[in-house]
Structures are given as C-alpha cells and as structure tokens.
Write a protein that binds this ligand. Structure first.
Ligand code: PRX
Length: 684
C-alpha cells in the first residue's frame, strides 16, 4: 500500500467529503407498486441462509437443467455457482419472452440526430436478428463455443444484437468501449486471442459523424504488431445498404454484415445449452499495472445476479420503459442495458449520443416522448445537465418512478437536484456501488424498503456482507467516522470468475491482501478487496470515498495511472512521466501529466501537445489530460519512486504533507510555482 502513487485513505480525505445527510423516504406511490416491498427479503438473504438465498435470483431464469450445488468452494477463491446447471443467456433474454411479449418493444434505439426516427425492435424482431447474426458467426466466421470475438462498437442496436448472437452459441464476447482507441482494441484482441473483429461504418457523437471503420484498419495493423492476425472484420452499417466510412473495404478480410445476413434471412439456430460456469463475456478494465485485465464473467451466476438486481433494485417490470443512460461498452451497460433488463422482459432504451446534444433538454425530451419511467445514469452526466440546464426537466411531461446513480460518489447537492428536479420529488433513488469485476450492485438500498441518504450508497445488498478493514486487517466498526478499505466478506454469483489468462493476478489483486488462511476452503477466510475507501455510518450505510489504488475515475470511466504514463512515454522527448487526478467540477476527476524531458530536449508547448496527442492515440480521447507540465525533475523518494501524492496535492492546491522522505525536496517548490504561480506555498 505504501508504494509511490498509492493513495492512503486518511482522516483528512474524509474531511474533504460531505457530511452525513438526513434520510429521505421513498414515495408511497412507488412503494405501492414495487417488485420488492416485503422486508422478509433481509431475513431470506441473511448470512445463515447463504448461499442458498441466491436460488431466489437463479429461479428467475429458465434453466435447461437445474444445478446440484449452489456454491462450490473447493478451490478458493475460484468460487463456482449453480454447478451442474445448464442454460443459455440469449434464450433467457430473448426466446423465452416470445410467448408473452412477442410484439412488445425489447429495445428502443434513439439516434443522436434529433430528426432521425427511433428504431423500435420488438422481441420477435430481436429474435430474428440474433438468430441471423448468430448464423453469420457460426457459418461464415467459423466461431464456436469458447471462441473469443471482439466488438468495437458504439451505442447502436447492432451492439446488443451482436452480444446476444455470440451468447446464443457460447462465443465469448469482448466489447471494447467505443471511445477507446484502435490500439487499445488491438491490445485486448491480443490478450484474449481473438481473431474476428466486429465494428461499424460510423455513428453520430456530438453532432459529428465518426468514422469507426477507419479505427478497425488501425486495430488490424496494431494487432499484427502484437502477433495477432485478424482474419475477419465484420462491419455493421448504420443504414443498411449505405456505407458511411471513407475507409476502403479490404477484400477477403472486411465484410458488410447486412449483406452476409441476407443468406440467413428467416433461418434459426438453436441456443446452445451452456454450463452455468461457462464464460459469457470478457470486459477489460484498468487496474494498478499498465496492463488492463480481462474480467471473465460466467453465464449462470452473472445472469441470475443481474436479473435479480434489475427486478428488486431497479424495480423493472415488463410494462416499464427503462432507460439506462450509460454506454454498453462498460459493465453498467452490459448488466443494466442489455442482460439484466432483457432477462426480466423490459423495454430497454438505448441512446446513441451525448447528453447535451443539441441542448440540455435532450434527455428529458427523450424521456417524455418514449414514456420512460425508470432512469439510470452517472453523477458526471447529472453534473453536466445540472450546470447547463438546471430547470430543463420541469419543461417536460415525463414521470420517473425510480432512478439510479452509479460510477462515482454523488455529491449531496447533485443528489438533491436529481431527486427534486429530475425526479420531480416522485421517484426513489438508488445509489449503486459496484465495479466491473462484480457483475452487479454490491451496496444499494432496496428502494421500497429502506430510506435514501444523499451521498451514501446504503447498506450491502441482500446477500452481500461488506466489511471495512484498516491496513492491518482490523475491522473498522460502523459509526467511528473512520475510513478504511471496503471488502465483501462472502462470494456472490455476479462476481467475475478470474482474470482472463491470469489466475495468479486475480488472487493477488483481490484476495491476497486480507486472506486469513490460504489453505482454507471456507469462504469466510477470503474477503474480496474492492480497492475503494469507505466509511460506514452508525446506521450501517456506506459512503464510498474513491479508489485507494492507482486508478482514476474520469467522467465515470476507469483509467490506470500506469496506462496514462506508458502512453505519455511513447513521446520521443519524454524521459519520465507521472499521472495524477485533478478534481474537476463536472467530470469528477481529470488526468494531469507531470513529465521530464530527455537531456537533449528543451521543454516546449509542442512537446506538451505531442504528449496529449499520444495519450489520445494510445488510449482514446476520453483519456486526454487536462494539462501537461514539463518539469525539471519529478519528486522522488531516496529509492527512486515518484511521489505522485505530492504532485496531486500541488494540482489540487492541497497540503502536500511531509517531504522528508524525498531525495529532492527542493523540486516541489519549483513545480508548485510552475503550476500555481506565485501565490505563495500551498497551505500547510
Ligand atoms: O471507485 C468506485 C466507483 O467506480 C469504481 C468501479 O468502476 P468501474 O469498474 O468502471 O465500474 C463502474 C460501474 C459499476 C469503484 O471502485 N464507483 C462505482 N459506483 C459508485 C462508485 N463510487 C461511489 N459511489 C458509487 N455508487
């Protein structure tokens, strides 16, 4: 923990956070219709009833054959769920709803250009398209159970169709967030040994038509450098029959999907019955090393967990129009745009573009037109909408019954705006804390049963037993006002199986820190270390304070400082670089780079711009730093470790604490002057 760059959760850090707020009760109208208004759920999911309590979630699914063991703990911490059970995720999200909901909208897609019509995909239509594309994957691309396939797709309906088509045949999908670079996509293809890339020609973002196919050409080149020969590039066209990209189709490698699908029109392929433990998908995320890790999610446990939480926390009924305003390229979208809502037969809304296009009223116009009654988004989006159009929601006649926030701590001020203005005082809010690794919510209120508290995620979910440990592994009790590392004491079905291809890293990253006995086969010995600081109030609610490792949340996206630094170092002139998180009013945090140049170079604006361009190229535009400071030297300990903590304090105008361990303490004042000007030393 004491490595350079790691952030300790200190009392001081808590002090900068908000105070405990008063409880707010959920509206009675909401409670009256809620899926889960029976307090015996807490009894049913208490520790004495673990792990069998999770049958309740699994029973929401249709199984081809029932499991014989709910939880197998014989190989810790590689827990196995619903062992012996067989099912298909695509069948559960599509086929089984046909009998009752054939003509109901499964997906409503809203294009960014406001004059373009929505695309409404019924369950029947989804069934047809999923079958046809699954046949393309099988017959044309030659993929089969266990093959990996990479998608680099934006928010167009082809993305969920591609996911469900792969899942139908047990092909493990690996969606790379559309905002990540072509190179990041290539690295993920290499790590997952994936030879087929699915992309699209173009899409709209902030009023611009983005050429996505051009990215695919770079991905193929970059993948080749890494030893991966991409055999096929399958291209969805945003308007079938019309090609939006300037990039040429490469013969024998690139194929239009609408063209390939014609051959399979009207054809069906039966869903493959999968073991509950067969992997469903990979989702790469940043950790504390430079190499992103492929979180491997299982079929049965994952689907059960997202179905259960969609029903009880998001309160989704099949009659609801549910809009999760997130990107399917991150876990929120996988779990709560695609798999969770479709498993419970909802109508799920997808929006192509950015919140503010063309103005801050856009989301509320969409909600009004489609009759959205459940809304789900991230604090960064709320901050942006609040700043630009604080009174916009009141102009539109939609009514939400419940709303969710996810991805970062939400400031009580923003929470209150969400509640009073967006929710018009009529909607319950769930603040859901969880991670890419977890599959679904870990802390949240069950909305009809527990009061809300602005800025607090709430208690552990039913069946999730959190604990806060200090650095020595001693429990930090509730109500002490002390922060520590939040952990989950028990396994749960939504938790990832492993890091793709790196079991050892999985154990080291999440379990080594607080494992009580490596020889134990009892789950009680293996708490899951989440990597977040938290504090628990005496009422049991958890307030999440942010990451304790080298991960930065930028507008809800997770970036590793090491990845940013490696990208900065691809600049010829740079010899050393350190990435830190600068607090930002709208985006939560933004990256800032401190770097030194090689002796033969002189710092210049050109070099700074080159660093910014290289980061965008290596990682994607979302990772662009807000500033690059070319400094004479970086502050280092005597053993040569860069003290990122000191740099972060300078950028954030905070006390930079004790400098006695530094080998070069004088550099700190020089850097401070460069960043803050001559306003005098940072307050001590
Ligand atoms: O720091 C926590 C923060 O987001 C991190 C996980 O990021 P990611 O894997 O991208 O998943 C985001 C969506 C599940 C966590 O370690 N985080 C997530 N939800 C919350 C949160 N911080 C505070 N409150 C939340 N509700």
């Amino acid at each position: 923990m004491q490595e350079a760059g790691s952030k300790e959760v200190t009392e001081a850090q808590i002090a900068v956070h908000w105070k405990e707020e008063e409880f707010v009760n959920p509206p009675t109208k909401f409670i009256a219709q809620a899926n889960m208004a029976d307090p015996s759920i807490f009894e049913r999911f208490k520790e004495e009833n673990f792990p069998e309590c999770y049958r309740e979630y699994a029973d929401m699914l249709s199984w081809d054959s029932y499991w014989h063991t709910t939880l197998d703990t014989s190989n810790p911490p590689f827990w196995r769920w619903f062992v012996g059970g067989k099912l298909n995720a695509s069948y559960n999200c599509v086929d089984r709803h046909l009998a009752k909901y054939r003509n109901k909208a499964a997906i409503i897609w809203v294009p960014e250009p406001e004059n373009e019509a929505d695309e409404v995909i019924t369950y029947q239509e989804l069934y047809a398209r999923v079958n046809e594309f699954a046949l393309v994957l099988k017959e044309f691309a030659g993929l089969k159970k266990g093959s990996r396939i990479t998608f680099h797709l934006p928010m167009i309906p082809s993305l969920p169709i591609s996911m469900l088509s792969a899942a139908r045949l047990g092909i493990i999908h690996n969606e790379v967030f559309g905002g990540f670079s072509a190179k990041a996509c290539a690295e993920r293809m290499e790590d997952s040994k994936s030879y087929v890339l699915v992309t699209c020609d173009g899409y709209y973002r902030n009023g611009q038509l983005i050429d996505k196919k051009a990215d695919a050409d770079i991905t193929v080149e970059e993948a080749k450098k890494l030893g991966i020969n991409v055999e096929k590039v399958l291209v969805w066209r945003r308007y079938p029959g019309r090609y939006l990209s300037k990039s040429e189709m490469v013969e024998g490698r690139d194929y239009f999907i609408d063209y390939l699908m014609k051959k399979f029109r009207g054809k069906r392929v039966p869903p493959l019955s999968m073991d509950a433990e067969d992997p469903l998908f990979l989702m790469y995320t940043s950790g504390s090393t430079g190499r992103p890790k492929g979180c491997q999610h299982r079929t049965g446990g994952y689907l059960a967990y997202v179905a259960g939480t969609s029903k009880y926390v998001q309160d989704i009924h099949p009659e609801d129009v549910y809009w999760c305003f997130a990107d399917i390229g991150w876990i929120t979208g996988h779990s709560y745009i695609v798999y969770g809502p479709l498993a419970v037969a909802a109508t799920t809304v997808m929006y192509e573009g950015v919140p503010m296009f063309p103005d801050a009223g856009r989301p509320w116009r969409i909600a009004e037109r489609l009759g959205v009654n459940i809304f789900h988004t991230a604090p960064t989006t709320l901050r942006m909408l609040r700043k630009s159009g604080p009174m916009e929601p009141g102009k539109y006649g939609y009514h939400f019954k419940c709303m969710t926030t996810v991805g970062e701590p939400i400031e009580p001020e923003v929470w209150k705006w969400y509640y009073n203005i967006v929710g018009k005082g009529e909607a319950a809010i769930t603040d859901t804390w969880w991670q890419t690794e977890n599959g679904g919510f870990l802390c949240s209120t069950v909305p009809a049963l527990l009061p809300m508290k602005p800025g607090s995620a709430g208690p552990g979910m039913p069946g999730i037993y959190p604990v806060i440990y200090d650095e020595e592994g001693k429990e930090v009790k509730a109500g002490l006002g002390k922060a520590g590392n939040i952990c989950i004491r028990n396994p749960w079905p939504g938790m990832m199986q492993t890091i793709w291809g790196d079991h050892e890293r999985f154990v080291r990253q999440y379990y080594s820190k607080y494992c009580k006995d490596v020889a134990s086969k009892d789950w009680h010995a293996w708490p899951y270390f989440a990597g977040d600081g938290a504090v628990q109030a005496s009422d049991g609610y958890y307030r999440i304070l942010g990451r304790v490792d080298d991960v930065i949340k930028v507008a809800g996206h997770r970036l590793g400082t090491k990845e940013l630094e490696n990208a900065a170092l691809t600049t010829e002139a740079i010899s050393e670089a350190a990435a830190i998180a600068l607090v930002d009013e709208l985006r939560g945090h933004v990256p800032v780079i401190y770097a030194s140049v090689k002796p033969s170079y002189t710092p210049s604006r050109e070099i700074e711009l080159e660093v910014i361009a290289n980061i965008a190229k290596e990682l994607g535009p979302i990772a662009k730093p807000k500033a690059v400071y070319l400094v004479p030297d970086l502050p280092k300990t005597r053993s040569g470790k860069i003290m990122r903590r000191v740099l972060a304090s300078i950028s954030n105008s905070e006390d930079y604490g004790d400098l006695t361990t530094l080998a070069n303490p004088d550099i700190v004042e020089t850097i401070r002057k460069m960043v803050q000007g001559d306003k005098g030393p940072t307050k001590k």
